[in-house]
Design a protein around this ligand. Structure first.
Ligand code: CA
Ligand code: CA
Length: 172
């Protein structure tokens, strides 16, 4: 894969974060994603799970802004995202997992409806609520499952997300 292809794929990831499609990733995009996920699972923002998700989303936004918001205008342009993501995440793939962990941990808890870990169906609903395209959501959910058909391992979820954002996904 050449670097142009790599950057094209990273740019496609940008669209997932830019929830309102205004060309910038900003704090309110994370708020939109958080609200959508909570609504999908009937979780109130004031509940423990809701609060944890908001805190995780803020940490993810701060982490992303720290990596990519080079001009400090509190929003990440497409160019900043591509440059920041390509440069920083390629050099340090663990970094994404680190900044995403609180959000993903909270999202797993929201999608876990019976305390046994999210089902494949719940994982797919969660990914779609977060703005992942339907086919990618189905594939993503399948990749997250353990042998029991549940999303049980946080480290596995982090691995899949880090992979998604730093290396090419299978063609969908
Ligand atoms: Ca936006
Ligand atoms: Ca910026």
């Amino acid at each position: 894969m050449d670097s142009a292809e790599y950057e094209r794929r990273i740019a496609a990831r940008f669209a997932t974060f830019d929830q309102d499609r205004n060309g910038y990733i900003a704090r309110d995009d994370f708020g939109t994603a958080t609200k959508a996920l909570l609504a999908e699972f009937g979780t109130t923002p004031r509940s423990d799970k809701g609060q944890a998700l908001y805190i995780g989303a803020e940490a993810l936004w701060q982490g992303m802004a720290g990596i990519a918001d080079v001009d400090g205008d509190q929003r990440v342009s497409r160019d900043e995202f591509i440059t920041g993501a390509v440069k920083r995440l390629r050099d340090n793939p663990e970094r994404f997992a680190e900044i995403a962990r609180p959000f993903l941990r909270a999202a797993i808890a929201v999608a876990d409806e019976d305390g046994q870990g999210p089902t494949a169906e719940a994982a797919e609903r969660a990914l779609r609520a977060l703005g992942v395209a339907p086919e990618a959501a189905a594939m993503g959910a399948a990749a997250l499952l353990d042998g029991n058909g549940r999303v049980a391992r946080e480290d596995r979820v982090l691995e899949v997300f880090a992979e998604y954002f730093t290396t090419p996904a299978p063609d969908a």
